[in-house]
Write a protein that binds this ligand. Structure first.
Ligand code: PXP
Length: 254
């Protein structure tokens, strides 16, 4: 089956927050993504509220008809918001206030009790729980022990290696292939544990193909690249192009 695409629309809110105004509307963005064939909408409610605001989550909950996935830390504040607004899914992520974007997977082994408690509370409210982890077996096993139903593999390192044409050739190409293998092995480990496997971070039209070919990966969360392309071709077209890139890549599944 072709992996699903959840479009992360944080950066529509980034443009709005640059002026602290009302446009562009993330509600319009969500509807356009759905109409273009996205399987879901992902947003990250950050502690510093640099893009998505609490009110956005409430409005999106009413409007999104496909699947609403909210990324957040495992803090009491965030879990409380999730329990009130009841998104379809919560993805637990790490957060460092000074980072430009999420820097890597959650350290589940190092913060096990806090994460397990958050998972228990979210699942008790009927919310599907995913944990964003690096492609490392100890973190995947800890996510499973904490009760997560899904892991999202952090593809940041792979994305970094494939970012520019220069990086994608020679030594960079070899290292990217090694990283794809690491993600493939991690996907197999997760599947053996009964976890659903998603992936995301830094993915683009150019680099998603080899990951879409990994049979265990059933979902991608992709944001910045789609919103960047939307500036030039419009959001609907940008979403359709990403769906096509995933479909083409998944044609190479073993
Ligand atoms: N998945 C997770 C867990 C993330 O934190 C992010 C960034 O918010 C993404 C996917 C999407 O990353 P990008 O915007 O680079 O596509």
């Amino acid at each position: 089956m072709t992996p699903k695409l959840n479009v992360n629309i944080d950066h529509v809110a980034t443009i709005r927050e640059a002026r602290k105004t009302i446009e562009p509307s993330i509600i319009t963005a969500a509807v356009m993504c759905e109409q273009a064939g996205a399987n879901g909408i992902t947003v990250h409610l950050r502690g510093d509220r640099r893009h998505i605001q609490d009110r956005d989550i409430e409005l999106l909950r009413d409007v999104v008809t496909t699947y609403l996935n909210v990324e957040m830390t495992a803090s009491n504040e965030m879990v409380g918001i999730a329990l009130e607004t009841k998104p379809d899914a919560v993805s637990l992520v790490p957060e460092n206030p000074n980072e430009v974007t999420t820097e890597g997977g959650l350290d589940v082994t190092g913060n096990f009790d806090v994460i397990r408690n958050a998972v228990v509370d979210l699942k008790a409210a009927g919310i599907f729980v995913s944990i964003f982890v690096d492609p490392a077996s100890d973190q995947i096993e800890a996510a499973h022990r904490a009760g997560a139903q899904q892991i999202e593999l952090c593809t940041a390192e792979y994305a970094e290696l494939t970012l520019s044409a220069r990086a994608a050739h020679g030594e960079g190409e070899r290292r990217a292939a090694v990283e794809v293998e690491r993600i493939r092995k991690a996907s197999e480990t997760a599947q053996k544990l009964g976890l659903i496997v998603a992936a995301g971070h830094g993915l683009t039209y150019r680099n998603v193909g080899p990951l879409a070919a990994i049979p265990q990966i059933t979902e991608f969360n992709i944001g910045h690249n789609i919103i960047s392309r939307a500036v030039f071709v419009g959001l609907g077209q940008a979403v359709r192009e990403m769906i096509e890139a995933i479909r083409l890549g998944s044609g190479n599944r073993a």
